[in-house]
Design a binder for this molecule. Structure first.
Ligand code: FAD
Length: 513
């Protein structure tokens, strides 16, 4: 099979991000480049959520060749330095909450030394500094509401690792602009037919008055409908709701009380009786949503919880209900059709994996082009499926880690803490991490979205029970480790002095022409 015609079905974040990325990487504006067409149904709305991202988004945006200022301004974007988790370990009692931070910065490793066992031993001896604050400066920076960079830092770079929050609808519009400028043809029409060839590949799609659209590679970005990969090609959907229970979200947009209110430079994730709320600060509003399990609560009670969290600021505002199925397709690429975005799978918004998986898919698709040889295409598809299924599987374990270590006692949390609901791989890791630190050999690096340090941040943030006393003698560089902790604290104070308040940086970017 040969050819360079790519047809993308769907104009949500998945469709436009894939279109823009492939157009840039595959030279859609050159006569010999890929011919990319995106078809979207104007009457079928996009999901319209998806406002938190992962640091990979910076290199994706840099690849699109846009300035950071244009992206920020056109998407109403702000900066995100990680996730602050509140009440996941315990319920708030007498006004005292349990909380920890999962920063994007990697932990300091002086001379390659892992500080985590030293922190654990100090912690067990009574030290109170949280793990994230002991090993990185980023906790102090978000605590003071600082930005991850200064206005004079180069685009997409800064002293702190960061991603963004943005308005999902504006981000899709921004991507559409970039994609069309880069040579993507945009068609509006509802796809209502799929024609397959003798081999079973997709030969063309039909879209009402647009007629027949032929292509060499078809990318299914049609959202939960999964028009091509699911309906036409029948790729099975693997449910994982026995592990990750959430299947509903109630979302609301809340204006700030004053236009100059500080903007949190992190996602605030607060646990509730049957789920958790995301709280994302944009320039003129917050995006808030309660993600919950319909097996553990009902929609009326969920709305009460959401409104209780938002308070008076939510009076008179509508909340929108979203239903989703938790799982993924193990075969996301079949023949000449590949699924990207919600059609490939979805878990829940915890740790913002949706858009990151779209980015990963777009990079891998770009690498199989041009399509010259059928055997290479099939091999590329098998490779893609192995990598993607592996990634999805490991994300399930990482997300479950957030729930499994809870000490909360409501039925939802008790069910989450029941090892019978944990993936075996996670249970095996937790059994070992009780007695030894997290090791990079616990992970198959190419399949991982979350590095070993992310597991450390969650594990020790949740105060997972550990018993290192029998091997304490092995960790005999305590004095050097204490010096490292002191250096982190000093560097944090210095960084807080040098970095601007978050809103100030956002406004400086918006003001750029
Ligand atoms: P959609 O936005 O549903 O787009 C589907 C497109 O297909 C639309 O343009 C539609 O018109 C088109 N279409 C459908 N049928 C046809 C047809 N017959 N013909 C032509 N076109 C058709 N991800 C993150 O990374 N971070 C987050 O914080 C985050 N939060 C989330 C919160 C919730 C509650 C949910 C449900 C998801 C969240 N996600 C998040 C995931 C994220 O929203 C999605 O990954 C992302 O928006 C991509 O969606 P999509 O483009 O695949 O689908």
């Amino acid at each position: 099979m040969t050819g360079n015609r790519i047809v993308i079905v769907g104009g949500g974040t998945a469709g436009w991000l894939t279109a823009a990325y492939l157009a840039k990487r595959l030279g859609a504006d050159r006569p010999d480049g890929a011919k990319i067409t995106l078809v979207e149904a104007p009457d079928i709305a996009t999901i319209g959520v998806g406002e938190g991202t992962f640091p990979t988004i910076r290199s994706t945006l840099a690849e699109l060749g846009v300035s950071e200022a244009r992206f920020l301004r056109e998407s109403s974007a702000t900066f995100k330095q990680g996730v602050r988790f509140v009440n996941w370990e315990r319920r708030s009692e007498n006004g005292k909450s349990s909380e920890y931070f999962h920063p994007f910065n990697l932990p300091l490793r002086p001379n390659g030394r892992d500080l985590s066992p030293y922190w654990l031993l100090e912690h067990q001896a009574g030290a109170t500094l949280p793990f994230a604050d002991a090993v990185t400066t980023q906790g102090a920076i978000i605590g003071e509401g600082r930005a991850p960079k200064r206005p004079e830092d180069p685009d997409f770079q800064g002293p702190m690792n960061y991603a963004y929050h943005f308005d999902a609808a504006r981000f899709a519009d921004f991507l559409r602009g970039v994609a069309v400028e880069a040579g993507v043809t945009h068609l509006k029409g509802k796809v209502d037919g799929v024609t397959r060839d003798m081999r079973g590949d997709i030969a063309s799609i039909q879209a009402g008055e647009l007629g027949t659209i032929e292509g060499d590679l078809f990318i299914d970005c049609s959202g939960f409908r999964a028009l091509l990969i699911g309906e036409a090609l029948g790729a099975p959907f693997k449910r994982v709701d026995d592990v990750l229970f959430n299947d509903r979200a109630l979302a609301i947009q809340v204006p700030y009380e004053t236009p100059d209110a500080p903007i949190d430079p992190y996602t605030l994730a607060t646990a509730h009786e049957a789920g958790w709320t995301w709280d994302i600060g944009l320039d003129s509003r917050r995006g808030v949503g309660y993600v919950f399990s319909s097996r553990h609560t009902d929609e009326a009670r969920a709305e009460e919880v959401l409104r209780g969290y938002v308070g008076r600021a939510g009076d008179g505002l509508d909340a929108r209900l979203l239903k989703f199925q938790t799982g993924y397709r193990e075969r996301q690429w079949i023949g000449n059709c590949v699924a990207v975005g919600l059609s490939a799978g979805f878990f829940e918004p915890l740790e913002s994996t949706g858009i990151m998986l779209i980015e990963a898919a777009a990079v891998m698709i770009a690498e199989v082009f041009p399509l010259r040889d059928r055997a290479a295409l099939d091999a590329g598809a098998r490779n893609f499926n192995r990598l993607m299924a592996g990634r999805f599987e490991r994300i399930v374990s990482f997300l479950k880690l957030h729930y499994g270590l809870t000490r909360r006692d409501e039925p939802y949390w008790r069910d989450n803490a029941d090892p019978a609901t944990w993936p075996e791989a996670l249970a095996d890791l937790l059994a070992q991490w009780k007695h030894r630190p997290v090791s990079r050999f616990d992970f198959l690096v190419d399949l991982e979205t979350f590095l070993p340090s992310s597991y450390q941040y969650i594990l020790y943030g949740m105060n997972a029970a550990t018993d290192f006393a029998p091997v304490a003698g092995r960790y005999d560089e305590g004095a050097a480790a204490r010096q490292s902790f002191a250096k982190v604290a000093e560097a944090a104070r210095e960084a807080v002095r040098r970095l601007p308040p978050h809103r100030q940086l956002v406004e400086a970017y918006y003001a750029r022409g």
